[in-house]
Ligand binder design. Structure first.
Ligand SMILES: C[S@@+](CC[C@H](N)C(=O)[O-])C[C@H]1O[C@@H](n2cnc3c(N)ncnc32)[C@H](O)[C@@H]1O
Length: 299
């Protein structure tokens, strides 16, 4: 009997687990189904409903090519060319970090900081520092109509992806993209600054899974000896770029870095008016986002 689609996908799931491209068989099956869907031009429901069919030869050939790329540890999102983030689809590929689910915590907290800003009924000027694919900046602009966003990255390759996504989401009028070091290229004073900068300590970079180490940009990952180099540099720039009025800074950090980052941010912002520090946990319960507000009304 000729092999069925479901049989080939189960075998592919086992290959992905054996190559450590997937953590377990369920994840392997999901990835195999997504790759087959990509090869066939089908959504996942269509793939699942077609399990008993014999695969088309041309589709099977394309699937085997995509599977080989994944077995060689290329990120699934690079192979598919896209990743869902905060309910939107972002195009991604070599040169930009694949947006992670935990970064949705930063978007959620950032939207609250914009909504609760005393000028929220007018205009809130927001920066996304180290924008990569534009995931944070574009999600914020899409969901907060009062936000005027500037997104900066040191990598022109990453900014090209942000440009593609800005066009796809029709946000050219509300999001400005700039190349440069942190906030340096920004001329306007800012009400809210968001940043997901590299925060992996340098000596942990070599221990990262191959999918990250060999494919995603080093500039997006390595945060120096304790992981906080980029945030120290950002803190040095913050005072000159924030409004002299109600303001908030929110940064994404790694496990165990939250209080250190909070100390850096409060030292940079000063104690007048008194800073209010908040920690936001991701779905795994890790303190993932540090927020410091100044000059907001206290509840
Ligand atoms: C961890 S990635 C985050 C990408 C994106 N914001 C996200 O959340 O998916 C960090 C980004 O910061 C950028 N970056 C690193 N150092 C920078 C610097 N000094 N100035 C501007 N961007 C920088 C990298 O190129 C990379 O795109």
């Amino acid at each position: 009997m000729p092999p069925r689609i479901s049989g080939r996908l189960l075998e592919a799931a086992r290959q992905l687990v054996a190559a450590r491209a997937a953590d377990d068989l369920d994840e392997g099956r999901l990835e195999a189904e997504l790759l087959y869907g990509e090869a066939a031009g089908w959504d996942r429901v269509h793939v699942l409903a077609s399990g008993a069919e014999v695969p088309d030869t041309a589709v099977l050939g394309r699937f085997e090519t995509l599977l080989l790329r994944r077995l060689a540890h290329e990120p699934l999102a690079y192979i598919l060319g896209r990743r869902e983030f905060y309910g939107l689809t972002f195009e991604v590929g070599p040169g930009c970090l694949v947006p992670r689910p935990e970064t949705e915590t930063l978007v959620e907290a950032g939207l609250a900081a914009i909504r609760e800003h005393p000028h929220a009924r007018r205009l809130v000027r927001v920066a996304d520092v180290g924008t990569g694919s534009g995931a944070i900046a574009l999600s914020i602009a899409h969901h907060a109509l009062q936000a005027q966003v500037v997104a900066i990255d040191a990598s022109s390759e990453a900014l090209a992806w942000a440009g593609t996504n800005r066009r796809r989401l029709a946000l050219e009028g509300r999001v400005v993209l700039l190349t440069g070091d942190l906030l340096e290229p920004v001329g306007e004073p800012l009400d809210v600054v968001l940043a997901n900068l590299p925060y992996i300590p340098s000596d942990e970079v070599d221990a990262l899974p191959e999918v990250i180490r060999s494919h995603e940009p080093h500039l997006a990952v390595d945060g120096g000896p304790d992981g906080l180099d980029a945030y120290r540099a950002l803190c040095a720039q913050l005072p000159a770029h924030l409004v002299d009025g109600p303001r908030a800074v929110l940064v994404e950090v790694g496990s165990g870095q939250a209080t250190f980052a909070a100390d850096l941010l409060t030292a940079a912002l000063g104690d007048t008016p008194a800073p209010e520090v908040r920690y936001h946990r991701d779905l795994a319960g890790t303190r993932r986002v540090v927020e410091v507000r100044q000059g907001y009304p206290r509840n």
